[in-house]
Design a binder for this molecule. Sequence first.
Ligand code: PMP
Length: 462
Amino acid sequence: MTLIPNHLPTADLQALDAAHHMHPFTDGDELNAKGARIITRADGVYLTDSEGAQILDGMAGLWCVNLGYGRTELADVAAEQMRQLPYYNTFFQTSHPPVIALAKRLAELAPGDLNHVFFAGSGSEANDTNIRMVRHYWAARGKPSKKTIIARKNGYHGSTLGGASLGGMSGMHAQGGLPIPDVTHIDQPNWYHEGGDTSPEEFGLERARQLEAEIARLGEDNVAAFIAEPVQGAGGVIVPPETYWPEIQRICDAHEILLIADEVITGFGRTGNWFGSQTWNIRPDIMTIAKGLSSGYVPIGGSIVSDHVAETINGAGDFNHGYTYSGHPVAAAVALENLRILDEEGIVTRCGAETAPYLREKWMQLADHPLVGEARISGMMAGIALTPDKAARASFAAEGGTVGLRCRERCFANNLVMRHVGDNMIIAPPLVISKSEIDTLIERAVKSLDETLASITADGLM
Ligand code: PMP
């Protein structure tokens, strides 16, 4: 017998939701006035709502359901693990088979000498771990002044105090007194919106060299690490110019700055390889992981740590840090099964070799739409910029948010989940999406763009 009220009519569920549930990143009054769309089940790339509509999930939930919905193997593994060992911690000199196997598997999959894993319950928690770990690392190596972490404006690293401080989201910093001390931000490699007259190649170098300038300003002896997403996700799927990452890598190497690649979105196949660091040829000292690690079926995150960082931390006595759910046995078992399926069914390989290139071909054609100024893509994450003036790469100024929001609402009405970030529309579908489902996604996107164009033209915004 379930206590879950699946049987209630939509309006009753919406009323209860409004009365008792506070939603993340949401204007509560606005949502409660109109009522949330209630999602009741999902299979493959499709969600079903309480009215029976089938919605193509172009965002894989929150960029996490890499394996697609409805994989009963994960449910079976979770049930079996709950029966055998539902919980035990790894704090006081104990361990358990699921966490041991998952750490080993991650060490095999991760590039280079990223061979050690510190688990967390989410991406935000993992980035909080990273802040404490890199500072502890430098203190253990006799350089306690190396504390500052350099991050990027419009980056996203989570919603905890630490994660939101590393992130460069002004709307988040405006609430609750952020960022915490000793975190600074350089500009993002967003050529379309900020590149002006420079070429993408020049701009990529220019933005990377801001890191060197910031290290010089702070003093190399005060800088612990640089953190960035290989491809910015929540910032609007900002694909960096090809020149950017090689220059960042050179600067981190030259100045003894630890490089943290936040792979929470880009990990586990999203960019066409197991990790974005492989796609972009980055050699991080630490990688943040979450989301696709379990395809979102259960919460789990972590930091994959290189040999030299692990040796220093392990050799420095107690690391006074950890979460009740670090290495949770059920989450670890589900993640392990998820990784098995992604690998054995060739999902990551097929995405890199076939479906992501197919999506690229279709997606880039959206740039021909009169409302679209730029189309960009890396593997299975993609964005378009909406513009009133293609040649000027202009934004919709004050109405910008409104146009993106209008388009998102058109998409939702057309049974496609596409997210908006200001004037940008973004997608990151499950990696299992087929070519014909990609065709459906593109058809619904074009229809929604046409309707958005008609509506803003009627309102005199274009
Ligand atoms: N880092 C990145 C790059 C993310 O995209 C996110 C979540 N969108 C996080 C960290 C935070 O992860 P979580 O929401 O699991 O805390």
